[in-house]
Ligand binder design. Sequence first.
Ligand code: ADP
Length: 599
Amino acid sequence: MSPQYNLQGKHFTDFFRNGRNLLDWDAITEHKTYKSESLELSLVKINQKRIPILIDIAQVSPETLICFTRDISELKKTEKALKKAKRNAEVNAENQVNFLSVMSHEIRTPMNSVIAMTHFLLQENPKPEQIKNLNILKFSAENLLVLINDILDYNKIEAGKTTFEQIDFDLRDLINSISQTLSYKAANKQIEILIEYKNQVPDIIIGDPVRMSQILTNLVDNAIKFTSKGYVKIEVNAERLDKDHFDILFSVKDTGIGIDASKIQHIFQRFTQAEQDTTRKFGGTGLGLAITKRLIELQGGEILVESERGVGSKFFFNLKFKKGDKRNLESIRDAQFNFSDAPDFDLHGCKILIVEDNEMNQMVVSQFLQKWNAEPDFAHNGEIAIDLLQKNHYDLVLMDIEMPVMNGYQTTERIRSLKGVFKDLPIIALTASTISEVKKQVEESGMNGYMSKPFKPKELFEVIASHLPSHKYTQDKNTPKSTPMSKTGKIDYHKVIDISGGNKAFIRKYNQLAVKVFADFPDEYAFAILNQDFEKLRKIHHNIRATIGLLGLDDLETEIKIGRDILQQDEPNEQAIGQTIKQVKNLCKEYSEYLNNYF
Ligand code: ADP
């Protein structure tokens, strides 16, 4: 410490900012005991400047504490610089994610038109010499879309935004369909795809079938791509961990070109290929394995590869799964909409309003709708849409989400607030974002479903038909129709069914969650009302709003409004308080009973 400094009358802790509090000096002097410890404090210097110090305190006798202090200014500077660098890196990563999302969104929209228009040109009797070029155009456009989706996918994984579903699925079905999808590629090269199951692999497991399919498709697709003769073999082996849990080992083996030992460790890095000429010879971008590896690791597994140049490669990975239940699976299948065999689509006389500011998109959607004999109308923005809806009758609305002035969500909310027929008018979101990005907002704004752009014609038809009464469209007579769903006065269940796409497992899960909400809500409501806690009431109302909207719980909504009015009065009426609490309790009980009895 500085020699000119007068220490007289100063307390040891006066030299530290907050020192007295941090050290609990009274406790030390009273009890005469002190544990050794290290603290970071600021030391106040004469010129009132503060310097960060690390102070180590040790008690050597009941009366004596020894303190060592160290100036940690440099350390702090480094720490600050590191924190700044970390923040910058995070901001950069976030910017990159946003940039790629925006870009991919921008690219997907015109891609929608390219793919769709190619589709039409191919259908409209092109000259034989044009067919080849059109097919190349279609192939390239679809490939470009795969690349855009890959980049977006990788980006999402990197940003930690990937979520994994936990649903029952049939593993053998999934592997068969991957094999079938890729069989034409293999057949072109006269390669056989073999499948082998060892050790009682369970039929039904619980996991994310979409991700599982993505992983295996990447590996099998690569195996076919890099093999010119021989076979590709998918092998599945299970190790039972306990009654319900399995560790499943998957391997994809080929008799292809193999990978040089020196390159093996790099092939899982993004945009990395084993050889310089891989893209030229085989195509691809080097993102597939990077995505595959991340998807496996995020689910707790590991992927490895064994390979010998000129002999072949074997990629293998393991993942843990819980055994599933066949009954869940069958109920999903029963109820799924399945229009895949419909030879001709017909939406004769259906009036459909397309709310879309992008003319190219309008053109594409209307092409399809006209082809199916529907009557499309257009609104360039939300205002016009609302105006048209009030003047004309429409069976359904296709709503773009990103629009200037009023976006699709806001427009939908406005439409719903018009009440009457507009409460039930089917509104389908058309979005260039991935479904998971918009799902929540789509549901909350009161839309009935969504369609990702660019779409396949069949998918567009399916989503439209699934929201129309059956006499409005024609489908193949052999195709099973969705299970008719009942309604009661208090609950309007059809929105849940629309969103589920007829998936009973989804509906069951939804019901379970909703029942829990209805079990908790009455107590929370009573607490908020009895404590006159307006903020709490606002919060629980906000939390349950999506459920109220989705299930059309108008009575509950009214009751919450009554509660809010009561709290706004200077002297709330005791009787009214008791009544509304009781009413909310009864309503929630009734809702739960309905949902519990649904299946
Ligand atoms: P892409 O296939 O698009 O090039 P991937 O990330 O899927 O990208 O694969 C990265 C690289 O790993 C490939 O370019 C190739 O060099 C090598 N590779 C992947 N799978 C195989 C395989 N089955 N046989 C030989 N090489 C492979």
